[in-house]
Design a protein around this ligand. Structure first.
Ligand code: FMN
Length: 385
């Protein structure tokens, strides 16, 4: 199938990936209410069409944290990307660079900071979780500095991991070592192109950045267990100072949903925040990102750069988010479906699709530049989320 949109890439990814990997990528936590709400609330925002406005030179360029990008879209941090395509993080970085958007490397990427840095001379963003071992965090921040990362995303909505039922059903979680390995191996054998390209030629399958903390022959289940055991539930606002003391570049807090938290963030030495519910993978039942966005933009939009993610699958969604106060957005599953389906070329295609869709949406809402996009492009705002 030739992909025309993100949904097509989702279908191709489903066909290509072993079940446990597709479910890990596609799933949300608990009953997946928030995951679905992210998409539904965005869809429900009607755009206000304007015509005969002479928009020929649409400009989507944006300056974020001192660098200029071609559009207000970044590839957000997604763990285990190197399990979806061979050395997936490096392929995604190359795609992002070609399209002129930022790429964010997850703490729990398959490729390490060093491997990703060697892929390109251009800076990328690094995402960090609060990890119990603070000296290890300092080590990672030092490596990120050496890798010339230009911004740090500090994710604050994972003090404990939410439960994802799909991982239990697929064999990724809750299995003994033997039965988990048998299940996953047999699923992998049913997807021969993945088994060869990623399973065999894409090794090593480790979490590059945390490998030093694990035993030599650790497998996927050891890494999953590490993730479950090493995020720090004691994290408080005080720890933001610790991160600030060890990182002198821009800091972006990821996982803010409440205006009070946003206000608090604005009093800390951070530069931006990401309105995010982790793609509906943490606290199921919280509001969609698009519903949380306007009130956060209202209280701190003039002090911090506001970004948002959750359910964004098209350039129309990007325009909707910008209309409600975001300066830029991040893609999550959207870019990884494309990575799984077609590698670097797929990711480039998705970014290009989103760019083209943005231009159509801007033209037909009468916006020439990003600063023209405001709540006026949404019809009947009071009836919308
Ligand atoms: C498979 C998967 C892994 C993720 N890993 C991370 C991660 O390591 N760090 C992080 O801050 N967010 C992580 N996220 C959350 C994304 O950065 C982002 O917030 C979310 O995917 C946005 O929702 P969307 O997928 O609907 O666009 C992950 C999301 C998915 C789907």
């Amino acid at each position: 199938m030739k992909a025309a949109c993100v949904k097509d890439y989702q279908l191709i990814a489903k066909k290509k990936l072993p079940k446990f990997l597709f479910e890990y990528l596609d799933g949300g936590s608990y009953s997946e209410v928030t995951k679905h709400q992210n998409l539904k609330d965005l869809e429900a925002l009607s755009l206000r069409q304007r015509v005969l406005r002479g928009s020929s030179n649409i400009d989507t360029k944006i300056n974020l944290f001192g660098s200029t990008y071609n559009l207000p879209v970044a590839l957000g941090p997604v763990g285990l990307a190197g399990m979806y395509a061979r050395r997936g993080e490096c392929q995604a970085l190359r795609a992002a660079e070609k399209c002129g958007v930022p790429f964010s490397l997850s703490t729990v990427g398959v490729c390490s900071l060093d491997e990703v840095a060697k892929t390109s001379n251009k800076p990328f963003w690094f995402q960090l979780y609060m990890i119990k071992d603070r000296s290890f965090m300092v080590d990672l921040l030092t490596q990120a500095r050496e890798a010339k990362c230009s911004a740090l995303i500090f994710t604050v909505d994972m003090p404990v991991p939410g439960s994802r039922y799909r991982d239990y059903h697929s064999g990724l979680a809750g299995e003994s070592w033997l039965s988990g390995n048998i299940k996953r191996f047999s699923q992998a054998m049913m997807k021969p192109s993945w088994a060869l390209d990623v399973g065999l030629l894409g090794m090593p399958h480790k979490l590059g950045n945390v490998t030093p903390l694990l035993k030599k022959n650790s497998g996927l289940e050891d890494f999953m267990a590490w993730m479950g055991n090493n995020f720090d539930p004691t994290v408080t606002w005080k720890d933001i100072e610790f991160v600030r003391d060890n990182w002198d570049g821009p800091i972006i807090l990821k996982g803010i949903l409440d205006p009070e938290d946003a206000r608090q963030a604005a009093t800390m030495q951070v530069d931006g925040l990401i309105v995010s519910n982790h793609g509906g993978r943490q606290l199921d039942g919280v509001l969609s990102s698009v519903k949380c966005l306007p009130r956060i933009a209202d209280v701190v939009g003039d002090q911090l750069d506001i970004m948002v993610d959750g359910g964004i699958t098209s350039g129309l969604d990007v325009v909707r988010m910008l209309a409600l106060g975001a300066k830029s957005v991040l893609l999550g599953r959207a870019w990884v479906y494309a990575l799984a389906a077609k590698g670097q070329i797929g990711v480039e295609h998705v970014i290009d699709l989103i760019h083209k869709e943005m231009i159509v949406a801007m033209t037909l809402t009468g916006c020439h530049t990003l600063s023209d996009i405001n709540e006026g492009v949404i019809d009947n705002l009071s009836n919308n989320p």
